[in-house]
Design a protein around this ligand. Structure first.
Ligand code: GTQ
Length: 352
């Protein structure tokens, strides 16, 4: 039998050895192998819920603290309690609630991070992308693709403006891990408007594309996916009996020119859960952020049980079991990094 002195296998020797190799920029794999290569995902993100009734007053107070112009983007970051200080709701995704008051402008800039907006409260504000403005209404899903100029604005009170709040979803942590972030400001507060509102939707939003359109651009040519259209689709499918035991009626948003995702890094979904629905349990490797549009119910995520209602945000970490139920007809918007996982052949789903 080896004695520690013969082999150097006692703990103090080990530590001295670790200290020695650390001075050479090395570390012992065997101390961390299990966490580096876990048997299954071990996310630091935890299930979490932000009740809109609780956070709304705080979002509105941000309007007293700073102007949109000074803040550039006046947003309260929804930070996962398991990822403190990292501006992350999951390990790859960011979420925030952005407020724009009547008469305000959030100045134009662009960045390699992709952004989505999901309108939570108020209407009439606009986002401009690539020279086209889109008016926001609750439940609308709007995209700001990577490296496109974008500014947000809101009509004055006299023009009928009201406070507008939307959920920002960005791939900020993912782009941070990749060290692929670039950004620049537009020389003026707003970019010039070069196309009428509705242009991109007319060209690409009706199951048709311009006759010579040939782009294989992974980014959707549609900037806004209006809620009334998506809601109607869910409603019709439900009436025709399309109810999945796990998902209710669930559709994904598409790039209509390719059938792919609206943007290369983030997938988005809208689902309908009828009153009384008690979904079966599933889990996915793509951690998912949910924004409640309508209705009420329960989300069981891992060991947590959340009562959700309109405008609440909640998050399911990677591989956590999820069970969705509704006490009133409910509509949930959600987003995840699924396109990235699918492209890398990493996506796993389990329907239990
Ligand atoms: O609207 O451009 O919530 O750049 C975070 C970063 C929003 C935006 C955010 C951003 C934006």
């Amino acid at each position: 039998m080896n004695t520690p002195s013969q082999t150097g296998r006692n703990a103090p020797d080990r530590q001295a050895y670790y200290d020695r190799i650390a001075r050479h920029g090395m570390a012992p794999l065997w101390e961390s192998l299990h966490s580096l290569v876990p048997r299954e995902p071990q996310p630091r993100a935890v299930p979490a819920l932000w009740k809109y009734d609780e956070v709304r007053p705080l979002v509105m107070q941000a309007g007293d603290v700073i102007s949109a112009e000074e803040a550039v983007r006046r947003v309260l970051i929804l930070e996962n309690p398991g990822l403190p200080g990292r501006a992350s709701i999951t390990s790859t995704l960011y979420a925030g609630l952005q407020l724009i008051l009547p008469g305000e402008i959030a100045p134009s800039h662009r960045h390699t991070q992709s952004a989505l907006r999901f309108i939570v409260e108020g209407q009439g504000a606009y986002t401009a992308v690539n020279g086209e403005r889109t008016t926001m209404r609750p439940g609308d899903f709007i995209i700001t693709p990577s490296w496109t100029w974008h500014d947000h604005g809101n009509p004055t009170v006299d023009e009928g403006g009201e406070p507008v709040v939307w959920l920002d979803g960005l791939d900020i942590p993912l782009i941070g891990h990749l060290d692929a972030g670039f950004a620049e400001n537009y020389p003026e507060a707003t970019q010039p408007v070069s196309r009428n509102e509705g242009h991109s939707f007319a060209a690409f939003g009706h199951n048709m594309v311009p006759v010579r359109h040939r782009s294989t651009d992974p980014t959707s040519p549609i900037f806004s996916y209006p809620y009334d259209r998506s809601r109607e689709a869910l409603d019709r499918l439900f009436r025709q009996g399309e109810l999945d035991a796990w998902d209710g009626v669930k559709l994904r948003y598409v790039n209509p020119a390719t059938g792919g995702w609206p943007m290369p890094t983030m997938a988005t979904f809208l689902q309908f859960l009828p009153a009384g629905f008690a979904g079966r349990t599933y889990r996915n490797t793509d951690a998912t952020v949910f924004s409640v549009v309508e209705g009420q119910g329960t989300a069981r995520i891992g060991d947590s049980t959340f009562q959700y209602g309109p405008r609440d945000t909640f998050v399911a970490p990677s591989w956590a079991p999820v069970q969705l139920a509704a006490t009133q007809d409910a509509v949930l918007f959600s987003y995840s990094d699924r396109p990235v996982q699918a492209a890398l052949n990493l996506l796993r789903e389990e329907r239990i």
